[in-house]
Design a protein around this ligand. Structure first.
Ligand SMILES: *Cc1c(COP(=O)(O)O)cnc(C)c1O
Length: 384
């Protein structure tokens, strides 16, 4: 029999069969009526998921392409950009803003810390404002979910445009683009949206569109106005990844059928189940032990355990793919993702395999204890 593989990473994530099936269909032309219908519906569904009235601009790229569209459209060389970072992806905003020649103000936290809106207020006051503030909602490298609503309010109060990396959070945990005053919500297809990698998008407010028209850096493919004008006529400026757009449309339909609130609730329970299982096994969490942290559970490497070896064992012996730490956390933590097409049996499988692999590495773990804790936590809907 073919080896069965289990993907428990915070991107890419498992893709439901209904979505995979669309990818096997013949290619259709991107200017034909059937694709236009799908394109239009997909763009509307993206607005619903972002909870935004303004258009969502879709690019054929990994998530970082939509990051780059934000920086290129909003930040000309010399423009002041404020970045709040507390991990790998926040640092990506900073390095990208620098690459575009921004006058960078970097509010930089240690990896794993939770940004404080008061620090942002102070930094903006000290700097005399900024054209745009770049934030990270779910910092996938640490498991921390920032209070983006409060951070966005601080940025708006200082007159800045608010840009949020919601790549791993959109569709998994609450995010209100309009209600929280977010100008630009950036995300991608391959996380909670249950679609293969390859599409990136950002919801863009009228203020952000106006700022982009008036300035920004050199860009062409990622130009917001060109993209917006094409999308308005359902006539993409360049050939989109047709099959991926069709797949994303199906996946968004599944998510909206479940209901965003139901999906958020499911993710909270999955996060709780995973954390309780990890703790029951005697492991130490790196990510916060709080409901908000429902995207990815980060676990400290137990003493004497080589993370790379542990992950290889899990993958090669059991077909279970977890992921290690990024950047400075490499070798220090490993992570279990639980966004998108996940249920509690995925958590149970990840924990059971982890238990086996650790026991083989010599750890003293009571067999089955993590799985039991996870299942009980999930079904009780509360902490055990
Ligand atoms: C996955 C991810 C990204 C984007 O990564 P790509 O590899 O470019 O798709 C950005 N930010 C966060 C928080 C992520 O989790």
């Amino acid at each position: 029999v073919p080896e069965k593989r289990y993907l428990f990473t915070p991107g890419p994530t498992p893709v439901p069969p209904e979505v995979l099936a669309i990818l096997a269909e013949p290619i259709i032309h991107h200017r034909g009526p059937d694709f236009r219908r799908t394109y239009g519906r997909c763009l509307e569904r993206l607005k619903a998921v972002c909870r935004a009235e303004q258009p969502v601009l879709l690019f054929t790229s990994s998530g970082t392409g939509a990051f780059e569209s934000a920086v290129a459209n909003l930040t000309a060389p010399g423009d002041r950009a404020l970045v709040v970072s507390a991990g790998y992806f926040g640092e990506r905003w900073a390095s990208m803003a620098s690459a575009f020649g921004a006058d960078l103000v970097h509010v930089r936290y240690a990896w794993g810390e939770t940004p404080d809106p008061d620090d942002l207020r102070t930094a903006l006051a000290d700097a005399g404002g900024a054209k745009a503030v770049y934030l990270t909602h779910s910092e996938t490298s640490t498991g921390v979910v920032a209070d983006v609503q409060a951070l966005a309010a601080a940025a708006r109060d200082a007159g800045a445009l608010v840009v949020v990396d919601a790549v791993s959070s959109l569709g998994a945990i609450p995010l209100e683009t309009d209600a929280w005053g977010i100008d630009v919500t950036v995300s991608g297809s391959q996380k909670a949206l249950m679609t293969p990698p390859g599409l990136a998008f950002c919801s863009v407010s009228s203020g952000a569109l106006a700022a982009a028209r008036a300035g920004g850096a050199t860009r062409y493919v990622l130009d917001w106005e060109r993209t917006r004008a094409g999308q308005e006529l359902l006539d993409a400026p360049f050939t989109p990844a047709v099959s991926l757009v069709r797949a994303l449309d199906v996946a968004l339909g599944l998510l909206l059928d479940e209901g965003l609130e139901a999906a958020f609730e499911r993710h909270v329970r999955l996060g709780r189940a995973c954390r309780e299982g990890v703790k029951a096994m005697g492991l130490e969490l790196f990510s916060p032990d709080e409901d908000r942290s429902a995207v990815v559970t980060a676990i400290r490497a137990p003493d004497g355990v080589d993370v790379a070896e542990l992950l290889l064992t899990l993958r090669d012996r059991f077909g279970v793919q977890l992921i290690g730490g990024q950047g400075e956390l490499k070798g220090k933590i490993f992570r279990i993702g639980h966004i998108g097409w996940f249920d509690v049996f995925d958590i149970a499988t990840a924990l059971a395999a982890l238990e086996l692999a650790l026991a083989e590495a010599g750890a003293e773990i009571e067999r089955g204890i993590a799985v039991t804790a996870a299942l009980e936590t999930y079904s009780s809907g509360a902490r055990v």
